[in-house]
Design a protein around this ligand. Structure first.
Ligand code: MRU
Length: 406
């Protein structure tokens, strides 16, 4: 990390993740931010968004997901470089959240230098952090388009407002997904009259978005309405995003069980899964769903066992420009050390690493896969539940605002 990056990470606030997490600095920042108090999800007894900005442009706060579920820590980000580092290091992760983070990263760059050249530099740097989730490029395109016809002196305030609007819209999208997904869970409960068993992969919870989560929104709503749900949480090797899902479900009091990634098929064979509900990083206009590696295997097992397979998809996750998912979606290839080295806490509760494969072992680490539309029962979007087909998805296509993908 460069000295500039280090100085840009101005403040770090740490607490045990299980405690009613908050620090004086974090609380002051949040109480200054009216929007942050509207958040729906709680850590301990306090509402949090996964990312929130101070009202005066210049500072963004994020929950450092690289430390969860063991330590709840927030970071203050004050430059585009620091935001790029946070996305690259997966301190912020999840398709919707990295879109919002990138939008604020661009707004931070514009604050320092509103020239066209600076905007293009920041867009290129932020765009390069994570290639697969389309939300990142979509959000950058939207902020850049908003600034294109403005004089440089008007750009900083406009960029900040646009990033904040994208963040607020994300919360509303996920809440709407929650309402539509809730109807599916209600139906399932009415039919079975026992707890609904949902299997999920990766993390599409509230910290993968700004608030609510795409997968967790219907689950939280069902739980809050007294519909009994139980969630099978795939661990999701190698980055273990399932641990974040388990942490979120535990915070909300939702019954859940952590399983290894290979257990899902076995549970489906024994009738212990009523439906699969996953997130998405990019969906083609034909309804193919790109999501965390391992999702495709769950969809195959679901189809073989007659289990419905749903993807929760806010419309910014749909890439209208892509025809052929296999050829056109860039699948992020991550470092082999993510597979070779297991991270966790040692018996004294300190962060520790254990190497499980020798350095001579060749490792492949593709981070996402594509589930073909024909394996997807339906997509749960903020506009309703739609079939995974070009014809059905066409109803969702946005008309008025066209953000370009840089
Ligand atoms: O690599 P990550 O942790 O950023 O990937 C996250 C996922 O794949 C999620 O399932 C996806 O982004 C959906 S988030 C609502």
């Amino acid at each position: 990390m460069t000295p500039e990056l280090l100085s840009a990470l101005e403040a770090v606030v740490t607490h045990p993740a299980s405690a009613s997490a908050s620090g004086a600095a974090t609380h002051r920042a949040m109480h200054r931010n009216r929007r942050a108090r509207i958040g729906s999800m709680k850590v301990g007894d306090r509402h949090y968004r996964s990312l929130w900005a101070d009202p005066a442009p210049g500072t963004v706060h994020v929950i450092d997901q690289a430390r969860l579920p063991h330590v709840f820590e927030t970071r203050t980000i004050a430059s585009a470089d620091a935001m790029a580092e946070a996305i690259l290091a997966m301190r912020v992760r999840g398709a919707p959240l990295i879109g919002v983070a990138a939008a604020f990263g661009l707004a931070l760059a514009v604050l320092r230098d509103p020239s066209d050249a600076s905007i293009e530099r920041a867009v290129a740097m932020l765009r390069a952090t994570r290639p697969t989730a389309v939300n990142l490029a979509w959000a950058l395109g939207r902020v850049r388009d908003r600034l294109a016809r403005l004089a440089p002196t008007e750009r900083a305030a406009a960029a900040w407002a646009e990033a904040q609007m994208i963040a607020d819209e994300d919360v509303a999208l996920n809440e709407a997904i929650g309402r539509h997904g809730l109807a599916i869970l209600e139906r399932e409960y009415k039919a079975k009259r026992r707890p609904v068993n949902i299997l999920t992969h990766c993390n599409a919870g509230w910290i993968a978005t700004v608030d609510w989560g795409t997968v967790t929104a219907p689950i939280f709503m069902a739980h809050d309405r007294g519909i009994p749900v139980h969630v099978w949480v795939d661990e999701t090797r190698p980055r273990n995003q399932g641990l974040l899902t388990a942490w979120e479900l535990a915070s909300h009091g939702v019954p859940h069980t952590l399983i290894v990634d290979n257990a899902g098929g076995h549970l489906m064979q024994r009738g212990q899964v009523d439906l699969v509900l996953v997130g998405a990083d990019r969906v083609t206009r034909r309804g193919d769903v790109c999501n965390k590696i391992g999702t495709y295997l769950k969809a195959l097992a679901a189809r073989a066992n007659g289990v419905p397979f749903y993807a929760a998809v806010p419309t910014p996750t749909i890439d209208w420009g892509i025809e052929d998912a296999m050829r056109e979606i860039p699948i992020e290839q991550r470092a082999g050390d993510e597979v070779r080295i297991v991270r966790g806490l040692d018996p004294e509760g300190r962060f520790a690493e254990v190497t499980i494969a020798p350095s001579t072992t060749t490792i492949a680490n593709p981070a996402f896969d594509v589930t073909p539309a024909q394996l997807v029962t339906a997509l749960v979007t903020e506009k309703g539940v739609v079939g995974a087909s070009e014809r059905e998805l066409a109803q969702l296509k946005p008309r008025p605002r066209k953000a370009t993908v840089p």
